[in-house]
Design a protein around this ligand. Structure first.
Ligand SMILES: [Zn+2]
Ligand SMILES: [Zn+2]
Length: 318
C-alpha cells in the first residue's frame, strides 16, 4: 500500500500541513488542508502529479478537526460527488466551523482569563472559522477505535489517540508498522494539548495532557518504524522522539509547579509567567493558556497541588 505525503500551505505559524494520498481502491485522502485558495491550488497540483483530481477522491479520513487539517473537506466532497468522510465522534463539538465557543468561554473564564482577553480572542475564533466549511449531520461517519479502514491492497487500523484534541486518531499499517499520526507526533515541536470541553460532559475540561501521555505510550506499543505527522518531515526514530517528549513534559511540569505559590495562582497567571513573550499574539496566547491549564490539570490529578474555586475561578495552591 502506497502512502504519498503532499505538503499544503497554511496561514498558521506552524507552516505547511501534510496530507496523505492513498492511491488505491477506494482512493483516500487522510486530512485535506485549510480552506484557502493557496491550499486548494497546492492540493489540486499535488493530486495532479499522481494522476488524480478532486473528483477521483472516494474517501476522506480526518485525523482531527483543526482547520489546517479539515478545511477543504466539503469542497472536495462536493466535487467528488459525496466521497465518504470519516472523523472521530469526539471531534464533532469543534467540527467544521462549529467551534464550541460558549463552552470554551466558560472553561477559559474559570481558568482566570479576564473577560477582556477572551473578547479579544473572538476575532481569532472568527478568522479561524473561515478556514473551513461546515458539514451537516449525516455527511460524515464516525471513526471507531481498533477498526480497519479497508483498501483493495490491505488495511489501516484506526487508533484513537486523544490529547492534542479529544477525538484525534492515528492510523497504523501493521505490515511494516508505519503510522499516520496527525498532530499527535511532530518531528520538530512537542504537540500542544489544546484546552477542550470534555466530549462526554462539556461543562468539564478534557484531561488532555494525561490522555496524551497514554496515547504516546499506545503509539509506542506498536514499535513504529516510520511515523508520518501532520507537519514537518516523517519520524524514523520514534523512541528518540518519545523520550524527548517525556523530558520536555517533565521539565515543563517542574517549571509550572515552581510557579504555584502557597497564596494561590490561576492558570492564566501561570501562563503569563511561563510564556511572557507569547502574550502579544492571539494564537500564541491561546496556546500558552492551553499549555498552562494542561499542566495544572495533570499536577492536580496527581495531587501535587490543590485546586480551590473562588468566585468561579480556579485557584491552584501548593
Ligand atoms: Zn491540530
Ligand atoms: Zn496541525
Amino acid at each position: 500500500m502506497k502512502i504519498i505525503p503532499l505538503s499544503i500551505p497554511t496561514p498558521f505559524y506552524v507552516g505547511d500541513v501534510n496530507v496523505y494520498l492513498i492511491p488505491h481502491d477506494p482512493v483516500t485522502l487522510i486530512d485535506v488542508g485549510p480552506k484557502t485558495k493557496a491550499a486548494e491550488t497546492a492540493l489540486r497540483e499535488g493530486l495532479g502529479r499522481h494522476g488524480f483530481k478532486f473528483s477521483d477522491i472516494e474517501r476522506i479520513v480526518l485525523t482531527h478537526s483543526h482547520e489546517d487539517h479539515c478545511g477543504l473537506t466539503k469542497r472536495i466532497r462536493d466535487e467528488a460527488l459525496n466521497a465518504d468522510v470519516f472523523i472521530h465522534e469526539w471531534e464533532t463539538g469543534h467540527l467544521f466551523g462549529r467551534l464550541a465557543k460558549d463552552e470554551h468561554r466558560a472553561l477559559l473564564l474559570r481558568s482566570g482569563v479576564p473577560d477582556k482577553v477572551f473578547d479579544d480572542m473572538q476575532t481569532l475564533y472568527e478568522e479561524i472559522s473561515l478556514l473551513t466549511d461546515s458539514l451537516a449531520e449525516g455527511e460524515y461517519s464516525s471513526l471507531v477505535d481498533d477498526t480497519e479502514l479497508e483498501f483493495d491492497v490491505g488495511a489501516l487500523r484506526v487508533i484513537h489517540t486523544p490529547g492534542h484534541t479529544p477525538g484525534s486518531c492515528s492510523f497504523v499499517r501493521e505490515a511494516d508498522r508505519t503510522l499516520i499520526c496527525g498532530d499527535c507526533v511532530l518531528k520538530r515541536i512537542t504537540p500542544n494539548p489544546i484546552v477542550s470541553p470534555d466530549p462526554i460532559d462539556p461543562t468539564r475540561r478534557y484531561p488532555s495532557l494525561s490522555e496524551y501521555l497514554v496515547s504516546l505510550a499506545r503509539i509506542r506499543s506498536f514499535a513504529p518504524t516510520l511515523v508520518h505527522g501532520g507537519h514537518g518531515e516523517a519520524v524514523t526514530d520514534f523512541e528518540e522522539i518519545f523520550q524527548r517528549y517525556l523530558r520536555a513534559i517533565n521539565d515543563r511540569q517542574s517549571r509550572v509547579l515552581s510557579l504555584v505559590t502557597p497564596g494561590g495562582v490561576t492558570a492564566f497567571e501561570v501562563a503569563q509567567r511561563l510564556f511572557p513573550d507569547s502574550f502579544g499574539h492571539e494564537v500564541h496566547r491561546f496556546l500558552a493558556i492551553s499549555e498552562a491549564i494542561a499542566h495544572l490539570d495533570l499536577a492536580s490529578a496527581e495531587r501535587k497541588i490543590e485546586v480551590e474555586v473562588s468566585a468561579g475561578v480556579e485557584v491552584y495552591k501548593r
